[in-house]
Every structure is written in structure tokens, then in C-alpha cells.
Design a protein around this ligand. Structure first.
Ligand SMILES: Cc1cc2nc3c(=O)[nH]c(=O)nc-3n(C[C@H](O)[C@H](O)[C@H](O)COP(=O)(O)OP(=O)(O)OC[C@H]3O[C@@H](n4cnc5c(N)ncnc54)[C@H](O)[C@@H]3O)c2cc1C
Length: 398
């Protein structure tokens, strides 16, 4: 995209200067000039009564007849023969949006030998499933998956497209949005439809979680968003529910990747199953050192849960990044979250505050973690955690 000032039309009124939130516009010899801090938000063009500001878009879907795009579509991410749980969550929110709009919900499934997975997507609420089953798509690659996804969107023209904010989704969805020349809101925590104009309201935390921004993309289709895993609820599961399965065959050049996969190794993050855990025991800087995390592992074991950590604990090198919860770590939403020696910084809270029950153990009664805690225990974690573990052991032996 680019921005141009039509010098013949510009009256030098200065309205654009006042409307620009980024102070990117100046007046030179009575004509508006756009500087480098412009982010192409288009607010100046909306406010220019003379029509002198033109936002030019790449050859893309941005100039499409908006009304001709219909339906909600999700990227059904899968790997190692299993559908990623975020895909079911996307079907949950996607179903809601599709029902509000009175349109169909579609899922795009890419991979090799994936046809069997279509039944699961149907059971979780998809009306249509586009299946692209090719040996070249066995493992994820940016270019092959990106090309195919762009082609599917261009052909079937949904008005809304959603992906998971996973490692793959965060790589694929921006790539697709860039090729299509449309907007994208990453890491949404809420999605809904504005009834008056059918626009997708895309809400996400901004400025370190201190404000919630609601973003709309009125001029291009599809409206694209990614959603963090475990933020939305899964779709209702109806075994035996049917969907129309549409096999799509891409051209050979579209599935050809410039990247040759030599080997694929499951990283530790997959083994630390925080996203799926019903109970998480998290340690912060209050743990004091790496060895003390053994206390949390003991407690987590008694509860059948996993161990999480704050960024402070990870930065200290006490535990690996795979355990980090928060803005730059994982988002979790377990039934029980026990925070031990965690102050409750906003960057940590955004990753765990939707947990059902939060228990905070902290020696400082003024710690902000107590503001979100269901139960707060003011005291020394080195006394409380072993006592809890001991009591749980007694109960399980009795
Ligand atoms: C851009 C950005 C992104 C970030 N992303 C993340 C993120 O993803 N996740 C994250 O967690 N943080 C993140 N942070 C860091 C965040 O701001 C905080 O610094 C961090 O969460 C603090 O971790 P903490 O609570 O372990 O440490 P502290 O804030 O130091 O708190 C330690 C707590 O332990 C308590 N304590 C000490 N001893 C005991 C004891 N014996 N018994 C009981 N309680 C005790 C203290 O009272 C204190 O409240 C980010 C920061 C920035 C700027």
C-alpha cells in the first residue's frame, strides 16, 4: 500500500494534520506532505473533504466488491496426524460469527493423508471443508502453505478468515494477508459482529495489556485475525454431524517449496503441555533459584498438573522458556492456577487471568496478583507449598 497527495486537490486546510494520530503529516508551501512515521491507517483520507489523499493498495482483494465476499473461514491447523486444539476453538468462535451473519462456516485443511480429519472438523461445527491433500504439504512450509491458502481464499472469497496465533499461524496468516493486501489483527482475545454493517470487531490487548483495542477492517476482504490458543471456547461437539467436503487440487508450482526439510524434531515446548493442563503451578522470582522449582514439580505431580513460570524466572535461567506464561509466553486457561512467588505484573496476567480458579501465594499482601486471585494466601511459599503437597499426599494415601 502507499499514500499519495493530489496536489491539485489539496487546499492546505490542515484537517489531515489534526486527524493524524502519528503526526506524520506536515504542510509545505500550503500542500500536505506525508512523512516516514505514516502507518497507512487511512484516517487522514477519511477526513479529507477535498478528496486529495489517496491510499493505493497493491493488486489484491482490497479493491473487491465487499458484498461479494461471503462466509467465515478458519485455518484448520494440524500436525503429526492430529488437529491442533486451537482449530476447534476457531470453529467455536467461527460458528458464532457465522450464525450472527447468517452464513456458512468453512475450514481449510492442508497436509498429506488428512482426509480422515475432516469428520472431526464437521463434528465441531464446520459446514464446508476445503481439503488440500498433497505429499508436498506433509510438513509445514511458509511458501507452499501460503500459496495454497491464498488461492483458496481468492477462489472461495470468505468475508472473514481466522487462524490460530500458534508458531505456524503467526507465520502463515500475516504472509497470506500481505499477498492479498488486506489487514490483519493478531492475537485477538474477543471477536464479534457489528450488526449495522456486518463488520468484524477484533479486540486485542495493546500497550502491554493496559488497554483493549477494538479494530475493524472496513475496506478489504477477508477481514483477517489470529486468536491465541486457549482464549476462545471450543465449538460444540456433535458426533456424526456432516459437512460438505471439497477436495482442492493446487497447481504443481503452488505446492513447490524453496525450503527442503531435512529433519523434524519435536521441541520441548510440545512436551510441556501447559496449553492442555487443567492444573498449573507457576513459580516466579520468589522461588529464589532453579533448585526450588522442585517444590512446584512435587505439588504439580500431586495435582496431576504442569509447572509454569514467569518471565523473571525464565530470564534468571531457572527454567526453560517453554514454561513461560504471559504476553511473550503462553496463554493458559486451566481450571486451577496456583501462582507462587509471582507479583502479578500485567504482562503475566494477560496470559493466565482467564483461569477458572486462581490461588496466589505471596508474602507481600499488596502484590497485584491478589487483585485477580480467587483465593489469596499471604505467607512464605517455602512453608505453604510443602505443607500443601504433604496434605495432598496424605489425602491420596488415605
Ligand atoms: C514487553 C514485556 C513482555 C513481558 N512478557 C512477560 C511474560 O510473558 N510473562 C511474564 O511473567 N512476565 C513478562 N514480562 C515481565 C513482567 O513485567 C514482570 O517483570 C514479571 O512478570 C515479574 O515476574 P515475577 O512476578 O516472577 O517477579 P517479581 O515481580 O520480582 O515478583 C516476585 C514476587 O515474589 C514474592 N515473594 C518473594 N519471596 C517470597 C516468598 N518466600 N514467599 C512468597 N512470595 C514471595 C514477592 O513478594 C513478589 O511479589 C514482560 C515484560 C515486558 C516489558
Amino acid at each position: 500500500m502507499s499514500i499519495k497527495i493530489d496536489q491539485d486537490k489539496c487546499t492546505g486546510c490542515g484537517t489531515c494534520l489534526e486527524s493524524c494520530p502519528y503526526e506524520a503529516i506536515t504542510l509545505e508551501n500550503g500542500i500536505a506532505r506525508v512523512g516516514e512515521s505514516c502507518v497507512l491507517c487511512g484516517i487522514c483520507a477519511d477526513n479529507c473533504e477535498a478528496g486529495a489523499i489517496i491510499i493505493e493498495r497493491a493488486q489484491d482483494m482490497a479493491g473487491e466488491d465487499l458484498q461479494s465476499c461471503r462466509g467465515v473461514c478458519i485455518f484448520a491447523e494440524q500436525g503429526y496426524g492430529k488437529i491442533h486444539s486451537v482449530s476447534y476453538e476457531l470453529l467455536g468462535v467461527g460458528r458464532q460469527l457465522a450464525d450472527d451473519l447468517g452464513v456458512e462456516l468453512a475450514a481449510v485443511l492442508l497436509g498429506h493423508n488428512v482426509m480422515d480429519m475432516a469428520d472431526e472438523l464437521a463434528a465441531y461445527g464446520a459446514d464446508k471443508i476445503y481439503v488440500i491433500d498433497q505429499p508436498e504439504l506433509t510438513c509445514y512450509s511458509d511458501d507452499a502453505y501460503g500459496n495454497v491458502m491464498v488461492d483458496v481464499i481468492r477462489q472461495y472469497r470468505p468475508e472473514i478468515f481466522l487462524g490460530g496465533a500458534t508458531a505456524i499461524g503467526r507465520s502463515l496468516v500475516p504472509r497470506v494477508a500481505t499477498v492479498l493486501g488486506v489487514g490483519l489483527t493478531a492475537d485477538c482475545t474477543a471477536l464479534s459482529i457489528r450488526k449495522e454493517d456486518r463488520l468484524l470487531l477484533q479486540t486485542r490487548p495493546a500497550f502491554g495489556g493496559n488497554v483493549m483495542a477494538t479494530i475493524v477492517c472496513p475496506r478489504s476482504r477477508p477481514q483477517m485475525a489470529t486468536v491465541r490458543p486457549r482464549v476462545m471456547k471450543k465449538g460444540n461437539y456433535t458426533p456424526g454431524r456432516r459437512a460438505e467436503v471439497i477436495p482442492v487440487t493446487p497447481g504443481p508450482d503452488r505446492v513447490r517449496s524453496r525450503v527442503r526439510l531435512v529433519n523434524s524434531v519435536k521441541e520441548e515446548a510440545d512436551l510441556v503441555n501447559l496449553a492442555e493442563a487443567d492444573v498449573i503451578v507457576t513459580g516466579g522470582r520468589g522461588l529464589k533459584n532453579a533448585e526450588n522449582f522442585a517444590l512446584l514439580h512435587d505439588l504439580a505431580r500431586q495435582l496431576g498438573g504442569a509447572v509454569g513460570a514467569t518471565r523473571a524466572a525464565v530470564d534468571e535461567g531457572w527454567i526453560s522458556y517453554a514454561h513461560q506464561i504471559g504476553q511473550t509466553g503462553k496463554t493458559v486457561s486451566p481450571k486451577l492456577y496456583i501462582a507462587c512467588g509471582v507479583s502479578g505484573a500485567v504482562q503475566h496476567l494477560v496470559g493466565m487471568q482467564s483461569s477458572e480458579i486462581i490461588v496466589a501465594i505471596n508474602s507481600d499482601p499488596g502484590a497485584p496478583i491478589f487483585d485477580v486471585a480467587t483465593y489469596g494466601i499471604v505467607g512464605d511459599l517455602f512453608e505453604i507449598v510443602p505443607a500443601l503437597t504433604k496434605r495432598l499426599k496424605e489425602l491420596s494415601n488415605s
